[in-house]
Ligand binder design. Structure first.
Ligand code: 26A
Length: 344
């Protein structure tokens, strides 16, 4: 379908710089953090960033969940396939982000806010877990003012697939809904990631408002469980939740919804609207000794999957491309991909 058109994939979310370090339970305890989670920073978390930089030899790595996926999709696709939108500052951190996206060939159109700092995410790695603490900064100021600028909206009109990181529900539900409606009106593909348990848990209303527009919904097992919890579903089992997600009411009847739930090293589950069977796809096995960290594994999965969609691959192949890219990413430091490029 869209493969040979430039910038056929348009992604939206929060560009962040990750401040990533290996640490220990004591640091998690000090800031009252779970080993494997993603949250918005509160006042008490703000000193964490300096502490990571000063005491834990933290590295600065391009992050922001959907920006990682957009880089991942562009990593696989021909040049000029992906454009990414979000809010950033005009500072050292946004300069690092721009370098990273340039290496991947990703086009970014940031809403640059000269008064706000580029968003940052403390990424605390303990073993194969990662705890993410985000101070959104300029990313929190994204909105319709930018999306509706003529030069940005023409990118929206040109694209065939929209990918929204669910973390953006904390920033601009109106921007998400604008893309959702545009997709349904013009029979384009709308893909949403649930992003973290707190999104379906605490942003239920805006998540639910977008649900009729999901052509593809992607989450992991903890996000599926959080969805089940906040929606009082009778079961939190991933196999049950994936089916519920696939069969929620849908606006655009021309496309059957596909729901995808990843489960770490366990097989990825896929349910298709109106179909009884649940499909399972094994992950690409990896020697645990080769894992650097799992920060960004889910984003890489989404990136590989999106590349498959854009190339018009089958569902099975697109899922496999996601598993493949996730395997590459977890061998790198943070949400990164290997260079020189590997080929699927
Ligand atoms: C609004 N929040 C909490 C966030 C994020 C986020 N990206 C956007 N918004 N919290 C963490 N991340 C990103 O998730 C990636 C790993 O999946 C981190 O920046 C990290 O690169």
């Amino acid at each position: 379908m869209a493969a040979r058109k430039e910038f056929a994939l348009l992604a939206l979310e929060n560009p962040l710089l990750d401040i990533q370090a290996q640490a220990d339970q004591a640091l998690l305890d000090k800031y009252e953090l779970k080993a494997n989670d993603a949250i918005l920073a509160e006042e008490k978390h703000i000193p964490l960033y300096e502490e990571l930089l000063n005491n834990y030899d933290a590295k600065l790595i391009a992050g922001g969940a959907a920006q990682n996926s957009a880089r991942g999709a562009q990593y696989i696709l021909p040049p000029n396939s992906v454009v990414y939108l979000g809010g950033a500052g005009d500072d050292k951190y946004s300069a690092i982000l721009k370098d990273a996206v340039k290496q991947a060939g990703l086009r970014v159109e940031y809403r640059v806010d000269p008064k706000e700092k580029t968003g940052r995410c403390g990424a605390i790695i303990t073993g194969h877990n990662r705890s993410l603490v985000t101070d959104l900064g300029a990313a929190n100021h994204y909105g319709l003012d930018h999306l509706k600028k003529p030069e940005i909206w023409s990118l929206v009109e040109n694209a065939e697939v929209y990918y929204i990181g669910g973390f953006h529900f904390t920033v601009s539900p109106p921007a998400i809904m604008e893309l959702a409606k545009q997709a349904a009106e013009h029979n384009k593909t709308f893909v949403l990631s649930l992003s973290a348990p707190f999104i379906p848990q605490f942003f239920k209303e805006v998540v639910d408002a977008s649900a009729p527009y999901w052509d593809y919904i992607i989450g992991n097992e903890t996000e599926a469980a959080a969805y089940a919890e906040s929606h009082d579903l009778p079961s939190k089992e991933p196999k049950d939740v994936v089916k519920v997600l696939a069969n929620l009411p849908k606006k655009n009847g021309k496309r059957k919804r596909v729901a995808i739930v990843t489960q770490g090293t366990e097989p990825t589950l896929v349910a298709i609207q109106g179909e009884d069977a649940i499909q399972e796809f094994p992950v690409h096995a990896i020697d645990p000794a080769k894992i650097n960290d799992t920060n960004g594994a889910g984003d890489a999965f989404a990136g590989g999957f999106l590349a498959g969609l854009l190339e018009g691959k089958s569902l099975a192949t697109s899922i496999d491309m996601g598993q493949w890219l996730a395997k590459l990413s977890i061998q790198e430091l943070g949400p990164s991909y290997p260079f020189p490029k590997q080929v699927y």
